[in-house]
Design a protein around this ligand. Structure first.
Ligand SMILES: O=C[C@H](O)COP(=O)(O)O
Length: 226
């Protein structure tokens, strides 16, 4: 698969807790230069990033991140605040304790509340698949479809595992036709990225792919200069 085609599906991501504005600004500049779907950055930098990129680039941010255990009211406030700051896309972590307790009505209620607070913007629901069993994953596919969310997202990138081919295939089989898949966490090669897209993911959350393509391009330039 052409790297340019892969990059169009990438949310170029920097969520490391110690990330600084100069690093985040660079991620925005690279996401724009490499034709990424968005830059995915921490909420505290959304307003500054929006001032920097204007309408040139979609900005994605994270809510209830990374543990998902803040209250629904806090997640709604975070979402509204991010949108006021200029976020175009919201990636929210579900309450995993509620999943383990099978509090499905609470999970669905939270999904609906956050979806409503997105005011038409894209909502991606992070399920942290590495912490779930197959039955829980299938149940969440149904709830996410029922809530009208736009994407199911595999992982935060900050837990015990990231995206897997098995999870992407499982989600594809159980979400509604209007729900898309974001594979995120641990995608470290162009081959992996292409595989996830071919399996049915529409987005990739990745901190690595742009750097890989950038390094390859710089390598080519160096060779050509010789
Ligand atoms: O949503 C995106 C993830 O945080 C990215 O994870 P990564 O740093 O393993 O690529």
């Amino acid at each position: 698969m052409d790297p340019k085609q892969i990059l169009r599906h990438c949310d170029h991501t920097l969520l490391r807790p110690t990330a600084t504005w100069p690093e985040i600004r660079q991620v925005c500049d690279d996401a724009l230069a490499f034709g990424c779907a968005s830059a995915c950055i921490p909420p505290a930098y959304i307003r500054q990033a929006a001032g920097h990129v204007g309408n040139e680039l979609k900005l994605c941010t994270v809510i209830g991140f990374p543990n998902g255990s803040s209250t629904t009211a806090v997640k709604v406030f975070e979402t509204e605040d991010a949108i006021r700051g200029g976020a175009d896309e919201i990636d929210m972590v579900i309450n995993l304790g509620w999943v383990k307790e099978e509090r499905w009505d609470d999970v669905l209620g939270e999904l609906r509340a956050v979806k409503a607070s997105c005011q038409g913007r894209i909502l991606k629901v992070i399920v942290e698949a590495c912490l779930l069993d197959r039955t829980e994953k299938i149940r969440l596919c149904r709830l996410i479809t029922e809530a009208g969310a736009d994407y199911i997202k595999t992982s935060t990138g900050f837990s015990t595992g990231g995206a897997t081919r098995e999870d992407v295939a499982l989600f594809r089989a159980h979400i509604g036709p209007e729900v898309k898949i974001k594979a995120a966490g641990g995608i470290r090669t162009l081959e992996d990225a292409a595989d996830f897209l071919l399996l049915g993911a529409d987005r990739l959350g990745t901190s690595a792919i742009v750097s890989l393509v950038k390094a390859a391009e710089e390598g080519k330039q160096t060779t050509a200069d010789l």
